[in-house]
Design a binder for this molecule. Structure first.
Ligand code: 5AD
Ligand code: SF4
Length: 580
């Protein structure tokens, strides 16, 4: 449907009613689109921030809309920095996910059925944890829990933890120290506060957590969330630990969110389709904390997506630690690939946009590339972690692909969908990384022209092969390399954003904007876009011409609906073919 010629040297998005226009990139193994505690993402679209640990400015998949104040957590510097998944760093610290009762409603409920229990959930790390926190909130809502705006008011505080890097894991213990004080204060008032640790630190450390922080009443691993209400009931008699890899499918037992809870979470949603990882990269704890790869059956996913869409969701991001290795049971008895699942979901009436994250380069199968070519709902922004540009490091990391394999995957993607843009993850200072290895990574960043990327200093994780490797890189060297890599990523990102100016994007309107009359939406590349629009239009996709790159978002002008919704993307594939 584009009717405006693409600018010289740019490619037009071939698909008829794609919402996108720009060339651009993005992803989530956590917010790397995958994990990150620290998705310390770039705080600004253009400016350099020496404090940032990771890269990307804007790439948000979704926001956690419930924002309490979480003051027991020391706010990070620059608390409003925008993270990869669309939340600000302050929101990430907090957000619980149970539907908030309208003023007065809770009092009525209390009169009718006694006082409600209140829960406060703090989620660290990846989008999988965001989703899990929602499902825990749904399970607890079914038991009569409502959201506490601050942990001080809660009867139950759950820390949904991340173990991907040491810093993320250690944060849990500093939070537990603060929670112990709150719990003691509550006890003095004659109130019981239950403290639970969930997520990957719970899985990895189990009883160790209670030994180190006796204030903890419950330790529950990611595969046991469906048992949460029963486990909580047992905490009255002492600390409870459940880190089993359950044989039953937890999703069969987890309560579904109410329609109101879905609406409260906004017009975008995550849906877990796959969990675990069989790849065993030598730096990574995921195969140990999340277990082997398991895929949910197709029709259960379809039912969940339908339910979300019926309640107003327009965009769904399919998540999994290794999502493109999805191999779920189809309704025909065959094993379906991610591409087949995406095609099926794109038929759900009312669902406008699909994304998936995080992917491994080796699993970019031909049918998935064809899905990028053929499915207008599939957004042209892919998070494809590479970790390093050096073959020597890739081998030591057990990535099972070379730099050339990665570049080939990128080329195939660009050939299938010229509007595609990429984001990635990088690790600097992996054991044995030489200066030449690091230069190879910088060189790859320049070659691929990522629209965004996350970068991390290698963090040894107990029990992983790389933690025991000789030639650990000194901290100072890691820091210097991280700064240099981030500067390079920033330059690419700024260039990408600059190429968006003048483009027409379809923008999904998500929430009120910064100024009266303004709304914030998302481009196909997950960039926040500020545009004048009516709040009644939340959930609509509107064509917007991008006028300006601002610090936290793009600024655009709305076009009449009959205007083209797709324009040539400022595309990295052009750069590739030009040999950039
Ligand atoms: N140290 C540093 N970064 C890591 N990641 C995973 N494990 C580690 C580690 N031990 C990064 C990878 C991955 C992202 C989610 O986190 O880049 O893609
Ligand atoms: Fe970790 Fe590698 Fe699996 Fe990603 S592919 S979850 S980095 S082991």
């Amino acid at each position: 449907m584009p009717t405006t010629p693409p600018a010289a040297g740019e490619r037009r998005n071939p698909s008829a009613h794609r919402a996108d226009a720009a060339p651009a990139p993005g992803h989530p193994h956590v917010v790397s689109p995958h994990y990150g505690d620290a998705k310390t993402v770039s705080p600004s679209l253009s400016g350099h921030n020496p404090e940032r640990k990771t890269a990307p400015p804007f790439i948000p998949g979704r926001r956690a809309r419930r924002v309490g104040t979480g003051e027991f957590l020391s706010p990070q510097k620059g608390a409003k920095r925008l993270l990869h998944d669309g939340r600000t760093s302050k929101q990430r610290k907090i957000g619980t996910l149970i539907e908030k009762k309208p003023q007065g409603a809770e009092d009525d409920a209390e009169r009718a059925s006694g006082p409600r229990k209140r829960v406060f959930i703090k989620s660290f790390g990846c989008q999988m944890n965001v989703y899990d926190a929602q499902r825990m909130a749904d399970a607890l809502a079914a038991e009569g829990y409502v959201e506490a705006a601050v942990p001080e008011d809660a009867d139950l505080v759950l820390l949904n933890t991340c173990n991907i890097r040491e810093k993320a894991a250690e944060k849990v213990y500093s939070d537990l120290g603060r929670l112990r004080v709150l719990k003691e204060g509550a006890a003095r008032e004659g109130r019981r506060m239950t403290i639970g640790v969930a997520g990957c630190v719970a899985q990895a450390e189990g009883a160790e957590i209670v030994a180190r922080a006796p204030t903890v009443d419950l330790v529950v691993g990611p595969q046991s969330y469906h048992r949460l209400p029963a486990l909580l009931a047992r905490t009255a008699k002492g600390a409870v630990i459940d880190t089993d890899f359950a044989t039953e499918d937890k999703f069969d037992f987890l309560a579904q969110p109410s329609r109101a809870a879905i609406r409260a979470r906004g017009v975008t949603a995550f849906v877990t389709v796959q969990e675990g990882c069989d790849k065993f990269c030598t730096f990574c704890v995921v195969p140990y904390t999340r277990g082997a790869e398991v895929s949910r059956p197709v029709m259960k996913i379809v039912a969940e997506v339908r339910r979300l869409v019926d309640a107003g969701v327009r965009e769904v991001t399919l998540i999994g630690q290794n999502v493109n290795a999805y191999h779920g049971a189809g309704p025909d008895g065959a094993t379906w690939s991610l591409a087949r699942l995406l095609a099926r979901l794109s038929e759900v009436p009312g669902l406008a946009r699909l994304r998936y994250t995080t992917s491994h380069p080796n699993d970019m199968s031909d049918d998935l590339l064809a899905a990028h070519r053929d499915l207008p709902a599939l957004m042209p922004f892919l998070h494809l972690p590479v970790q390093s540009g050096s073959d020597r490091m890739l081998a030591a990391m057990n990535r099972r692909h070379t730099r050339a394999d990665y570049l080939r995957a990128v080329e195939r993607l660009a050939a299938a969908q010229p509007a595609i843009a990429l984001s990635s993850d990088f690790i600097v200072g992996f054991p044995g990384e030489s200066d030449a290895d690091f230069r190879a990574t910088l060189d790859l960043v320049a070659e691929v022209r990522f629209a965004a990327a996350y970068s991390f200093k290698y963090s040894p994780r107990p029990g992983t092969p790389a933690a025991d490797m000789a030639a650990q890189v000194p901290e100072a060297v890691k820091s210097a390399r991280l700064a240099e890599l981030q500067a390079a990523i920033d330059r690419e990102q700024a260039a990408f954003n600059a190429r968006c100016v003048g483009r027409i994007f379809d923008v999904l309107l998500e929430k009120p904007g910064r100024h009266p009359g303004q709304m914030t939406g998302r481009s196909p590349y997950l960039q926040p876009v500020q545009v004048m629009a009516d709040a009644a239009e939340i959930g609509s996709i509107v064509p917007v011409r991008i006028d300006e790159v601002r610090v936290y978002s793009l600024l655009g002008r709305r076009l009449p609906a009959q205007n083209p919704t797709t324009d040539g993307a400022p595309h990295r594939s052009d750069a590739l073919t030009a040999g950039a």
